[in-house]
Design a binder for this molecule. Structure first.
Ligand SMILES: Cc1cc2nc3c(=O)[nH]c(=O)nc-3n(C[C@H](O)[C@H](O)[C@H](O)COP(=O)(O)O)c2cc1C
Length: 188
């Protein structure tokens, strides 16, 4: 079995709670983003961009998340607020994949959105190939305009995912995978 088949057959998400540092170096990050951006893209529109959260900037992001959470959930207990505070402080690196999909005379917006999903998947696979692990998450903050504006996401952009990356300190058990018998038909 080739290394690539082996990697894909074992690929699993690792939750941020099981991620630790050190994260990718500046050079590894550049490589990773270059790999992630290498996706099929109808019309070559590059309908996506990245926002990188690492180091102390995660503390600033964490403050934004907590303030937005408290504003919309004033009764939240302290432990829930603490979980929100930790949301961007666990993995050493979080990469927001921003979809810039928009109406276009030739390229359906749906296809542009699919491209940003492919970017997220490339990030996960590329990171795993480099010895890292991670998770593709959205959570409530992907849909909260206060948070998005503070992160620099424009009103007509959407979050395809926050990809949390680091070193896995625990390898998760595999989960049940779709039964091919129920999802595959052969046209005849
Ligand atoms: C677009 C998208 C958003 C997701 N958002 C979340 C999320 O907010 N919270 C969560 O627990 N899992 C979320 N997931 C699921 C995890 O990324 C992942 O699918 C799951 O942990 C198991 O993945 P695996 O098959 O790679 O191990 C999301 C998945 C996708 C594709």
């Amino acid at each position: 079995m080739s290394d690539m088949i082996d990697l894909l057959s074992k690929r699993r998400s690792v939750s941020p709670v099981a991620l630790t540092g050190p994260g990718p170096s500046a050079q590894e990050l550049k490589t990773l983003l270059t790999l992630a951006a290498r996706v099929p893209d109808h019309g070559k529109l590059a309908p996506f961009r990245f926002i990188v959260f690492e180091g102390a900037a995660r503390e600033k992001a964490s403050g934004i998340i907590v303030e937005a959470f408290k504003a919309k959930t004033p009764q939240a207990p302290a432990e829930v607020i603490e979980a929100e505070r930790m949301r961007f402080l666990r993995a050493p690196l979080i990469i927001a994949v921003v979809s810039c999909a928009a109406a276009h005379p030739k390229i359906p917006e749906w296809e542009q959105i699919l491209t940003s999903g492919a970017v997220c998947m490339n990030l996960l696979i590329g990171a795993q190939a480099m010895g890292y692990a991670g998770s593709w998450l959205t959570n409530w903050l992907s849909y909260d305009r206060t948070v998005l504006t503070a992160f620099g996401v424009k009103p007509d952009e959407k979050i395809a995912g926050f990809v949390h990356l680091g070193r896995a300190n625990a390898v998760p058990e595999d989960r049940v995978r779709p039964d091919l018998g129920t999802i595959v038909t052969h046209f005849s």
